[in-house]
Design a protein around this ligand. Structure first.
Ligand code: AMP
Ligand code: MG
Length: 423
């Protein structure tokens, strides 16, 4: 593995994405498991999927109509002799060779008979007895797919590293596989920090806050294809925090929430420094989520743990403010989980919508502001949610997307097309 080195500091959004992508390219998913096709959605292929035969395996009619020879219908209307019928599933045994002047009735999905070089849709014909009247011409090769045109036997249909969705499932089913080799889901430890944070089954004191980040992060980890490992809340106390961080390094990736802003008791960076962590960035020029930390910790060798990969662990120190935690996960953590799952990090997906009312901000930060998207396609509209800042989970829950504001924009007027990131 080539070393990747960056000086820590506050970086632009683009640099932060690039740095994560460079590190993501170094991680390797290795362990695999076999899963049933029905539980494979969202998993990442650890084996290529090959065509077990030609696709389609026979020249397949794509319309109901008549298989015929195009040179017989140079002039229309024309009359052809009807010599048979081929249904989908019929065995192409050669009993229906189409000779000059002949046509065969054919159904969608049926094999084109020898001699025919096109299918004419039934709408452009009239049948009376054993004669078919042809009212329109058709080009050679129309309305059927030649054998092997979609894929040749042995050809790779899906590569290792593909995330399985319903379209991939269709392909896997069509090559006759009911089980798949996929990569093991990465284990992602989630550690919330803060003296004011209490577990959700505890009664919070007047100045305490229930722990929501552990659960929102666990949900995001699951959604990204990882297996969340929930750690107990770490107090703002060095020894206990360090013990829990070390426990977190038993997983493939560690996510901390809280304790990474510049507060006096924000010990995360300090403890990670003690653990010889290498920091790649300690902030990004975004809002919300500016105080985000990305680093690597090289752990002392341990008996029974194969070197060198296993004792190098990446971690993110995510800001504690719940909205910031969620946004920074989408922007920076998801690509790392994708890589640990065996998939190449995927680009962020944006859509465009018209801004419903004017927005004013300060320049300098790329902003991902909770917003409400309504309408579809040409009528898509987006409006900022009314929020009280990065702690406002009620506003976020009522929103359904983020309005993305480039760092050089101070004012965006209603009616402008703007970028929206779905969540
Ligand atoms: P910090 O990043 O630790 O300074 O925390 C920033 C804000 O987020 C504070 O108001 C915290 O109370 C809040 N916060 C931190 N951790 C959590 C958590 N696990 N669940 C809910 N709110 C949190
Ligand atoms: Mg804190």
């Amino acid at each position: 593995m080539p070393p990747v080195s960056h000086s820590a500091g506050v970086v632009s959004f683009e640099d932060a994405r690039r740095i994560v992508a460079q590190h993501a390219a170094r991680v390797l998913a290795r362990e695999t498991e076999s899963v049933d096709l029905l539980s494979a959605t969202g998993r990442v292929l650890a084996e290529p999927i090959l065509a077990d035969r030609d696709f389609p395996p026979f020249p397949r009619a794509t319309r109901d109509g008549y298989a015929l020879r195009v040179q017989d219908i140079g002039r229309v209307p024309a009359q052809l002799a009807l010599v048979g019928e081929i249904k989908a599933g019929a065995i192409p045994d050669g009993s229906f060779t189409v000779n000059p002047g002949q046509a065969v009735s054919i159904m969608t999905g049926a094999p084109l008979p020898p001699g025919a070089d096109a299918v004419l849709m039934v709408e452009y014909t009239a049948q009376s007895g054993s004669t078919v009247e042809i009212k329109r011409t058709v080009k050679s090769g129309e309305n059927y797919v030649p054998r092997g045109a979609e894929a040749r036997q042995g050809q790779m249909l899906l590569d290792r590293g593909t995330r399985v969705d319903h379209a991939a499932i269709a392909l896997v089913a069509s090559v006759g596989k009911s089980r798949l080799q996929v990569f093991r889901k990465p284990r992602v430890a989630v550690l919330a920090t803060g003296d004011e944070i209490v577990e959700i089954d505890h009664d919070p004191g007047p100045s305490q806050i229930r722990n929501s980040n552990t659960y929102s992060l666990a949900a995001q980890v699951q959604n990204a294809g990882g297996e969340p490992v929930l750690l107990p809340i770490a107090p703002d106390e060095r020894v206990r925090l360090r013990a829990l961080i070390e426990q977190g390094f038993d997983s493939d990736l560690l996510l901390l929430s809280g304790g990474v802003s510049m507060g006096k008791y924000d010990l995360v960076e300090q403890v990670l420094g003690e653990l010889q962590a290498e920091f790649y960035f300690t902030g990004a020029q975004i809002q919300p989520g500016r105080p985000i930390v990305f680093a690597l910790c090289t752990l002392p060798e341990r008996a029974g743990v194969p070197a060198p990969l296993i004792h190098e662990k990446y971690f993110f120190g995510l800001p504690g403010n719940p909205v910031s935690t969620m946004v920074t996960f989408e922007l920076f953590v998801r690509p790392m989980i994708q890589a640990l799952s065996g998939e190449a990090p995927q680009p962020l997906i944006f859509l465009k919508a018209r801004l419903k009312s004017d927005v004013r901000t300060k320049t300098g930060l790329k902003r991902f502001l909770p917003a409400v998207l309504s309408g579809e396609f040409e009528t898509a509209e987006v409006e900022l949610a009314h929020w009280q800042g990065s702690g406002d989970i009620a506003a976020l829950a009522g929103a359904n997307c983020y309005l993305v504001i480039p760092p050089d924009r101070q004012q965006i007027s209603a009616g402008e097309w703007v970028s929206v990131m779905m969540r």
